[in-house]
Design a protein around this ligand. Structure first.
Ligand SMILES: [Zn+2]
Length: 335
């Protein structure tokens, strides 16, 4: 794969013991050293006009000034230092690079993965939250739409609901947002019944699973509702908001997705993008176990390098079955 990366993203210093630390990117880079076919691309900073197309002007200026004044605790979880502004522009910039280089005719081995931080999917139109300041995937989708895409789909497999991405595009038909997330975790949003505002109904798909859902349950959600809905939507670009905190050994969730499971999900997304003749790009979100994060990203890379991940065995859980039936009742999938 081609990884978008900027050293300045390490300068976003969240302090000791914050789970979203620069060590995350260091661990990923260390792990990828041992893999064949890894290329790094230093993308440009995001164009501020793109940031202002998905965030309020006043918020963008407030964030800039907050960092220029030295930063601090924006809220209980969300920490900024002076360098956070530059890191955020770089992080959004690599996401835009991923959107712009993802194209249907790109070789699988050249699939782009934006390795930026701070992450983005909790940042709403007018506020930072949940470690996120600029909604990287949102800005990337906007860039594609302002280029030549008519429709962009974002599938968010981070264990948390991407409330910011949903918020930004809830009343827009040109972006389809789908998420699988764990019930009871931050920020508590992402009800199944939230399917898009009136003018964009059917462009927002939430699978809110109970704690303990595993790879089989995730694949069932993808196969029964998410992939069919995205195929119907027929996007020109498919972006993955790729957090790895649903991993079975991630310290902050109770989901049970395996490293191999991320490989199988990657395969599904590659096939979906091929079916839609859409470009495919990945944008890093969360993932807080340094080993599980780097192993999982290495797995995604290996799948694009030709590795065939082993599908899990077993049946969907009863909880997951009920939830997918409820999602299907909203008009998604084949049921
Ligand atoms: Zn997360």
């Amino acid at each position: 794969m081609n990884f978008g990366y900027r050293e300045v993203c390490l300068d976003h210093d969240t302090g000791e013991r914050h789970p979203e630390s620069p060590d995350r990117l260091r661990a990923v880079r260390r792990a990828l050293k041992d893999h064949h076919g890894v290329d790094y691309v230093a993308a440009d900073d995001v164009d501020l006009d793109l940031v202002r197309a998905v965030h309020d002007d006043d918020y963008v200026e407030e964030f800039r000034k907050y960092c220029a004044d030295g930063g601090g605790n924006w809220d209980a979880d969300t920490v900024a230092v002076e360098a956070t502004w530059d890191a955020a522009l770089a992080s959004a910039g690599v996401a835009v690079w991923a959107a712009e280089t993802a194209a249907p005719d790109v070789q699988h081995r050249e699939t782009p993965f934006a390795l930026g931080r701070p992450p983005g999917h909790h940042a709403v139109g007018d506020d930072a939250m949940g470690f996120c300041f600029i909604n990287n995937a949102g800005v990337a989708a906007q860039a594609a739409l302002e280029d030549d895409a008519d429709r962009v789909a974002i599938f968010d497999w981070d264990v948390h609901h991407g409330n910011g991405t949903q918020d930004i595009f809830y009343d827009r038909e040109d972006v389809f947002y789908a998420s699988i997330h764990e019930d009871g975790l931050f920020p508590g949003t992402g009800a199944i019944q939230e399917t898009g505002a009136a003018d964009a109904d059917g462009t927002n798909l939430n699978v809110k699973y109970q704690p303990g859902a595993d790879t089989v349950d995730y694949l069932a959600a993808i196969d029964e509702v998410i992939s069919p809905a995205i195929a119907d939507y027929d996007p020109d670009l498919l972006l993955i908001s790729a957090g790895f905190d649903a991993h079975e050994r991630d310290p902050i969730s109770r989901m049970q997705v395996s490293t191999e499971g991320y490989g199988v999900m990657t395969n599904r997304m590659r096939d979906l993008a091929d079916d839609c003749e859409a470009g495919l790009g990945f944008v890093l979100e969360g993932g807080y176990g340094l080993d599980t994060l780097s192993d999982s990203i290495a797995m995604v890379h290996e799948v694009f390098d030709g590795y065939q991940p082993i599908p899990p065995e077993g049946d969907i859980s009863d909880d997951a079955r009920d939830i997918l039936d409820t999602v299907a009742d909203q008009g998604f999938g084949s049921k």
